[in-house]
Design a protein around this ligand. Structure first.
Ligand code: ZN
Ligand code: MN
Length: 478
């Protein structure tokens, strides 16, 4: 899509995030560890909405909400309260959702993101971050449009959610995706959120083109999905306008499989929900908690990135990559306590991260001590770069210790005289390549180095092989 086609695009997001690292639900003591549990095993009269049951607010959820709000640069309101949002749906046993409306816990924040090319850094305003309960989950037998019946699982009912609402400040699907990535990054640093769990984040996107009404695309469950759904909507709305028709205000559903949005219903307006204050929960004053919570805020990714650049002198690319994951950043700091930080950063980002991703593993699968040992062996010239990579791969695939693997696989760099004799052998065998080299073909030297590496089974230092070859070739010049 060219930059031209993005003109006039207006996007706002409503993001539902589960505070899924807490121990219990928002209004009862049911646990959140239901992901591998049978359906309807994490329920009680409160989250099933049985008559006579009463909610008790989870204090930790409120504190987490304040933490997130502060990290999004929001203002905490002096008084906050819950409302009932009334609507009927089978996943909502009470017939209403307990949420916030007037007096949300926080308002008026922002996150800065890298804008599209030429736009520089853009501040995306956040209208509010508020608390609410998650509904249950409908399970359709087969596909949603063909199933004979639908089951309902209330394990998710009452999970603490934050709803984060942006102003319509985003200007392209790519910006939306960047915003979501940044949000997830911050939530993970705050340690309130595990983005890998099913249903951890759901995105609703409002999108319009200049001169048209907005459509809302509901329940997009991945970042990639958000970008695709928005790109599809832009094309669809542009075509509607081009035909001289009007874009109607409506709610649409994103079909991940087909990559299209389909109309669900015309949009409800707020009064359809008959919001009123939840009479079973009193208004709260939380300002007294704020200073102490501020103290507990960890260093956020942006600040950490700046510190990495300044304190360790590593490249911007390495610093960005390391601060995408708080565990990886910590791993880097631990390794750097013993090993040159630039070397550490480059091995962690350029080698280890790739090997972990390839195996779908997190950095916790690798021991700090092992990384320090491997990089020590490499810097001391005991193993070549290739040897060090082999050690990393072996640890991940088979286990073992760096020292053990080096001796078992005979990875220790070969002695100088072995390289010299390999050079001799190669020079006596590859006369064609020697001729090519003398005719000035640079590639021929690479080929010869490769042959030396082959003879030493990768245990020669390529630089030694290269130097050895050049010395011999130039002294034998006829
Ligand atoms: Zn419960
Ligand atoms: Mn909501």
């Amino acid at each position: 899509m060219s930059a031209r086609t993005e003109d006039g695009v207006i996007i706002g997001l409503e993001i539902h995030v589960q505070l899924n690292k807490l121990h219990s639900k928002l209004f009862c003591s049911c646990g959140l560890d239901y992901h591998n549990a049978p359906p309807n095993t994490h329920t009680c009269p409160v989250c099933l909405g049985l008559p006579g049951s009463l909610p008790v607010l989870n204090r930790s959820a409120v504190k987490s909400a304040i933490k997130v709000a502060l990290a999004m640069n929001c203002k905490i309101l002096p008084q906050t309260q819950f409302y009932r949002k009334n609507y009927y749906y089978p996943d909502l046993p009470k017939g209403f959702q307990v949420t916030q409306y007037d007096y949300p816990i926080s308002v008026n924040g922002y996150l800065a993101i890298e804008g599209d090319e030429g736009r520089g850094v853009r501040r995306i305003r956040i209208n509010r971050v508020h608390m609410e309960e998650d509904p249950g989950r409908l399970v359709h037998e087969g596909t949603i449009d063909r199933s004979k019946f639908t089951l309902v699982d209330y394990n998710r009912a009452g999970v603490p959610l934050l709803e984060i609402v942006t102003e319509p400040d985003l200007r392209s699907p790519k910006e939306a995706r960047r915003f979501l990535n940044k949000l997830r990054n911050i939530l993970e640093y705050l340690d309130v959120f595990d983005g890998d769990l099913d249903g951890a984040i759901r995105v609703d996107a409002n999108i319009s083109l200049a001169g048209g009404e907005r459509a809302e695309v509901k329940n997009i469950s991945s970042y990639k999905g958000a970008e695709r759904a928005l790109s599809f909507e832009i094309v669809r709305q542009r075509n509607v306008l081009r035909r001289g028709e009007v874009v109607v205000q409506e709610t649409r559903h994103f079909d991940e499989l087909r990559g299209v949005t389909v109309s669900m219903r015309t949009k409800e307006t707020e009064h359809d929900y008959r919001y009123f204050p939840e009479p079973d929960l009193v208004p709260m004053r939380v300002m007294d908690w704020v200073p102490a919570i501020k103290e507990t805020l960890p260093e956020l990714p942006e600040a950490q990135r700046t510190r990495f650049l300044k304190d360790y002198g590593i490249t911007g690319t390495h610093a960005t990559s390391l601060t995408l994951d708080p565990k990886l950043a910590q791993f880097f700091e631990d390794v750097s306590a013993a090993i040159d930080p630039k070397l550490s950063a480059s091995w962690i980002v350029d080698v280890l991260k790739g090997e972990l991703n390839y195996r779908d593993l997190g950095v916790s699968a690798f021991k700090t001590a092992d990384m320090i040992e491997i990089l020590g062996l490499f810097s001391d010239g005991v193993v070549t770069e290739k040897g060090a990579i082999t050690v990393i791969r072996t640890i991940l695939d088979e286990g073992g210790t760096p020292g053990g693997i080096v001796s078992e696989k005979e990875l220790a760099k070969v002695k100088e005289d072995v390289v010299t004799s390999a050079v001799d052998e190669v020079l006596s065998e590859c006369t064609d390549a020697i001729d090519d080299y003398r005719r000035g073909e640079a590639k021929a030297l690479n080929y010869l180095v490769g042959q030396v590496m082959k003879k030493t089974r990768g245990r020669a230092d390529p630089q030694d092989a290269r130097t050895g070859l050049i010395e011999r070739l130039d002294s034998n010049e006829s």
